[in-house]
Design a protein around this ligand. Structure first.
Ligand SMILES: *Cc1c(COP(=O)(O)O)cnc(C)c1O
Length: 374
């Protein structure tokens, strides 16, 4: 079945009680037990599982082509569950360029807890190989990465992980299963901040871990989900499933608009460099071409004039909202370095853009107005 069809139908079922085409939201925290003490509805308590979460997990499993999914209340809770599934003394290889919350969890929460971590340039496979130790149990990749938009060769890292008998987890938030298939490239786990493109409307928070196979590692992730309890509400699961049904069409719009905006920015002399994997000048372009169906809706660019000029530019924009996050219908622009704080590695002249679903000519006109004529 084609991805578009799957996105519309996966996890969506006619309600058996009412024949409603759109599924109801089940707010009940508890489910009746039969006289023989079984649970004929398949659920017993909201945290352990409930109809809306089951539908969402079924959908994500099918979209990624995995074996099972654990849904969480945020992307960070999903990421943390993978680290919590490891044991003190285990070692993780993680990327230097990543969503800043991922290394923050490793350094500030899981290092005191006994997890060891090395941070490497994931685009350099030799560096990844050298970072592997006898106790390496997990390699984490994020591609395209945040905020410098690096592209990691997932299949290349998968080979290294396999040889090390370590799990490979891929943060697939930016690409979504529509554009990138980490399981086909050798990943064992896929992580999502569903707050972004999967939700798609900037109105819900969530996360997910999809597993390629039902193994010991996923059993522990499920344990952390159910007993740790960082689970999404039935309403959030319902909203997310609703958002996913239009994912393929939204992603096509994001990709087309981002390509147009990236090309415009690259042609402007006030712009020093544009980071977008769809540009042939991008260092990761050929890998992205190989492992992605299209190049996504995220880009960043650096302006001449450093921090002052970058911030001033955002003041002159009318259509792009100064805000964090990504993946919604509205275009957002963000000075990442000031969000990430004093330890940031992000250049001060860099602005990250989540290209929305407005008409690309309007977005380009707004940028032209803010940058000045070239
Ligand atoms: C937003 C984001 C996260 C964190 O997800 P939350 O839902 O904010 O907890 C992780 N990885 C990437 C790539 C993200 O964009």
């Amino acid at each position: 079945m084609e991805f578009d069809t799957l996105a519309v139908h996966a996890g969506s079922h006619i309600d058996p009680a009412t024949r409603a085409v759109t599924s109801p939201i089940h707010l009940s925290t508890t489910f009746e037990r039969a006289a023989d003490l079984s649970f004929p509805g398949g659920h017993n308590y909201i945290r352990s599982g409930n109809p809306n979460r089951a539908a969402l997990e079924e959908c994500l499993t099918l979209l990624e082509g995995g074996a099972a999914t654990a849904a969480f209340s945020s992307g960070q809770a999903a990421t943390a569950s993978v680290f919590q599934a490891l044991r003190p003394g285990d070692h993780v290889v993680a990327p230097l360029d990543a969503y800043y919350g991922t290394p923050k969890l490793l350094r500030e929460v899981f290092s005191p807890w006994g997890l060891e971590a090395s941070f490497v340039d994931m685009t350099n496979l030799d560096e990844v190989r050298k970072a592997v130790r006898p106790n390496t149990k997990l390699i984490w990749v994020e591609t395209p990465s945040n905020p410098v938009i690096r592209v990691t060769d997932i299949a290349g890292v998968a080979e290294i992980a396999q040889r090390a008998k370590a799990h490979l987890a891929c943060d697939n938030t930016w690409a979504t299963p529509m554009l990138q298939r980490p399981f086909d490239l050798g990943a064992d786990l896929v992580m999502h901040s569903t707050t972004k493109y999967l939700g798609g409307h900037s109105d819900l928070q969530g996360g997910a871990i999809v597993t390629k196979k039902q193994d010991e590692m996923f059993k522990r992730i499920r344990l952390v989900q159910v007993e740790g309890g960082a689970v999404p509400s039935p309403f959030d699961c319902w909203l997310l499933l609703r958002g996913i049904r239009s994912l393929p069409h939204r992603m096509r719009g994001h990709c087309e608009n981002a390509r147009r905006v990236a090309e415009y920015l690259a042609s402007h002399r006030a712009v020093e460099v544009v980071h977008y994997p769809g540009l042939s000048t991008h260092v990761g372009h050929s890998i992205a071409q190989r492992q992605m169906k299209d190049f996504g809706g995220m880009l960043s660019f650096q302006v001449h004039g450093g921090r002052a000029e970058a911030v001033a530019l955002t003041e002159r924009l009318a259509l792009f909202t100064r805000a964090t996050s990504l993946g919604g219908p509205e275009s957002l622009i963000e000075h990442r370095a000031s969000v990430e704080g004093p330890t940031t590695r992000t250049p001060e002249s860099l602005l990250r853009v989540s290209v929305g679903l407005e008409h690309p000519e309007d977005l380009i006109a707004d940028l032209r107005n803010a940058l000045g004529s070239r």
